[in-house]
Design a protein around this ligand. Structure first.
Ligand code: ATP
Ligand code: MG
Ligand code: MG
Ligand code: MG
Length: 475
């Protein structure tokens, strides 16, 4: 019945409206209330202050379909795109929220009712997790909902010994609201590799996490202290693309309606026949995040949010090049995206021309050095021993040819290689020291360098990601 993503979005919001939730429009990808956060990475972000008790709203229940980007900071899925069936850099998170109103029992009941009664998902394909010590949630699932005990898995915090890859204690970032959670997984079937959460094969795509129900109970401060929230609350998040895939009878998110046309347009443009080509999927993913970031006011630059955007654009351009793109292609996909999502997001349609122009300028700029950088990489690899690309080479690709380190890492991974991250960072620090020494007595000159650096893809701050080089690789 809900065989389009648009119908699913409406069904979700209407369901929670019928449970007295206020429908709230998606906020910007740039969090207005939180300088500590790079992007809106979950549906609860716009409500952070409400959970903390610092902001009052005229309602205690809300529901939304929030646009999210996970391409940096605590939640970073950039490296997963193209490798898993379920991750995007940009996605929409459906959510329902209780601000000190209902708690565990109703949150679980609503989720189950929506999945099994409204969407009519077969119960036997679902399994759930709870935080390892959360007997209350376990009992609700088991005794009130009737999920058999063997299908309720207790999971702790992400553990160093890799016993748990998943994590049933959710937090938005290093600080802020957090609490134990309970997640719902869907079994796509034996023919797909992967195991249930908590098992060694959990990272596979057989059991896909669809919905996370967070019992918000604490506010974590920078020193790690956890203070109880004024009132226990609920925050849930379900990736619309993942649930759409189930309803549309496909396994990968990239096969759902909203991706089909994007992939088709990309394939037509680049004359690629195999629609399952990994690079097509990466490009289709990246056009969404890049366009929406620009719509929300992010501009490509050499630091912070702008540098994340620039890195995603360059990755897309590199994948296009790999598919044999002749000339500029990336911005030509904006029209298809607008046709696909412009109705749900009128701001996208309104800013189409700006998005196209900005992407064109970025692509043209990078195209000048991409080819030469790749040639250098190829020739260096031919002489290389071992399977780790040295930090010096990663650095010179970055410094001279504008290759963000993660882009080089992406190429390396395709070849079964990795990059020397520590070596790269050491070079970065070295350059930074030199640059700081120079700037102390050559301020004017340095200003000029900064603008010149941008056009030549030079400059240490290009990988300085909100002040921390290591964040580039952080999950
Ligand atoms: P996963 O373990 O699959 O990476 P997660 O545990 O990181 O997911 P949550 O932080 O719990 O995800 O977010 C809530 C929901 O948002 C998930 O259950 C999933 O449906 C969806 N989601 C999370 N990350 C992505 C992504 N990168 N692309 C698409 N959907 C996502
Ligand atoms: Mg994740
Ligand atoms: Mg997870
Ligand atoms: Mg989760």
């Amino acid at each position: 019945m809900y065989n389009t993503t648009a119908a699913l979005r409406t069904a979700f919001l209407e369901f929670f409206k019928s449970k007295e939730h206020q429908i709230v429009q998606s906020s910007s990808l740039v969090p207005g209330n939180d300088p500590t956060l790079l992007f809106t990475n979950a549906g609860m972000v716009p409500f952070k202050d409400v959970f903390l008790g610092a902001e009052q709203r005229p309602y205690t229940r809300a529901t939304s379909s929030q646009r999210c980007v996970r391409a940096g900071g605590k939640h970073n899925d950039l490296e997963n795109v193209g490798y898993t069936a379920r991750h995007h850099t940009f996605f929409e998170m459906l959510g329902n929220f209780s601000f000190g109103d209902y708690f565990k029992q109703d949150a679980i009941k609503y989720a189950w009712e929506f999945l099994t009664k409204v969407l009519e998902l077969p119960e036997e394909k679902l399994l759930v997790t709870v935080y390892e010590t959360d007997d209350e949630a376990f009992d609700i699932w088991n005794k009130e909902i009737g999920v058999p005990a063997e299908k309720i898995i207790r999971i702790g915090d992400k553990s160093a010994d890799k016993k748990y890859e998943s994590d049933n204690f959710w937090s938005m970032g290093d600080t802020g609201p957090c609490g134990p959670c309970s997640e719902i997984f869907y079994d796509h079937g034996e023919h797909i590799w992967g195991g249930p959460p908590g098992s060694p094969e959990e990272d596979g795509d057989r059991f896909i996490e669809i919905w996370n129900i967070v019992f918000m109970q604490f506010n974590r401060s920078a020193n790690g202290d956890m203070a109880p929230l004024p009132k226990p609350s609920v925050d849930t998040g379900m990736g619309i693309e993942r649930i759409a895939a189930i309803l549309q009878g496909v396994h990968s998110n990239y096969e759902i309606d909203i991706f089909q046309n994007l992939i088709k347009s990309t394939a037509d443009l680049l004359k690629v026949e195999d629609l399952e080509n990994k690079s097509l999927r990466v490009i289709a993913d990246h056009i969404r995040s890049c366009s929406f970031l620009i719509v929300d006011g992010v501009m490509p630059s050499n630091e912070g949010r702008g540098y994340v955007l620039r890195r995603i654009i360059r990755r897309a351009v590199r994948h296009g090049h790999k598919l044999g793109a002749q000339g500029i292609f990336f911005n030509k996909l904006v029209a298809t995206l607008v046709a696909q999502m412009g109705e749900a997001y009128p701001e996208l349609a309104q800013k189409q021309a700006v998005v196209e122009k900005m992407l064109r300028i970025e692509e043209e700029q990078f195209a000048k050095t991409l080819e030469r950088g790749l040639a250098l990489l190829e020739s260096s690899l031919a002489d290389m021993q071992g399977d780790v690309i040295p930090g010096e080479l990663v650095f010179s690709l970055y410094d001279t040819y504008g290759f963000p380190a993660d882009l080089t890492a992406d190429i390396a991974r395709e070849k079964g290689l990795s990059i020397d991250e520590a070596g790269f960072e050491a070079q970065m620090l070295e350059q930074r020291k030199k640059s700081q020494a120079a700037s102390s007595f050559k301020a004017d000159y340095n200003d000029q360098i900064t603008s010149q650096q941008q056009s030549e893809f030079r400059g240490y701050d290009a990988t300085e990601f909100d002040g921390k080089v290591t964040e580039l690789f952080a999950d």
